[in-house]
Write a protein of this length. Structure first.
Length: 140
C-alpha cells in the first residue's frame, strides 16, 4: 500500500512537473503524455455538478465507418485507462472516486463496438476475410 501511494504520488508529481520547451513554445502549454492518465485538475468542492455523456447505442455505431469505430475504440480505451488510474489512485489515498457511473458507460460502449464489428464480420461474404476480422475483433 505504501508503494502504491508513493509511486502514485511520485508519478502524479512527475506528470505535473515535467515540461517540454518545444511543446510550450508551440502551444503555450506543456503537455506530458502521462497527463492523459489523469483527469484535469478539478476542485472536489465545485458547486455545480459536472455532467457526463451517455454510452453509445449500437444503432449509432452501425452508421459509423470502420475507421471511425477504430478511432472511437482507442478514445474509449484511453478514457477507461484514465478512469481506472484515477480510481486506483484515489482508492490508495482513501478518497471517494467521483462519478463511478462513467466506467460502466465506457465499458458498455466498447462492448457495443465489438458487437457491431462482429455483425460486420458475419455479413462479410469472403470466408477468409470474415475469419480474419473475427480474430482481430476477439483480440480487442
Amino acid at each position: 500500500m505504501f508503494t502504491t501511494r508513493f509511486f502514485g504520488r511520485t508519478l502524479f508529481a512527475a506528470v505535473k512537473s515535467e515540461t517540454s520547451a518545444a511543446a510550450a513554445a508551440a502551444t503555450g502549454y506543456a503537455r506530458n503524455p502521462l497527463e492523459e492518465f489523469f483527469e484535469a485538475d478539478r476542485s472536489q468542492d465545485q458547486d455545480k455538478p459536472v455532467g457526463y455523456g451517455r454510452s453509445w447505442k449500437a444503432s449509432e455505431l452501425r452508421l459509423k465507418s470502420w475507421d471511425d469505430l477504430h478511432k472511437l475504440w482507442y478514445v474509449l480505451l484511453k478514457e477507461k485507462n484514465m478512469l481506472m488510474t484515477q480510481r486506483q489512485m484515489l482508492h490508495s489515498q482513501n478518497l471517494k472516486f467521483p462519478n463511478p457511473e462513467r466506467l460502466p458507460k465506457v465499458r458498455k460502449s466498447m462492448c457495443r463496438i465489438k458487437q457491431v464489428l462482429t455483425e460486420r464480420a458475419i455479413e462479410e461474404p469472403d470466408a477468409r476475410r470474415s475469419a480474419e476480422m473475427r480474430r482481430m475483433i476477439n483480440g480487442l
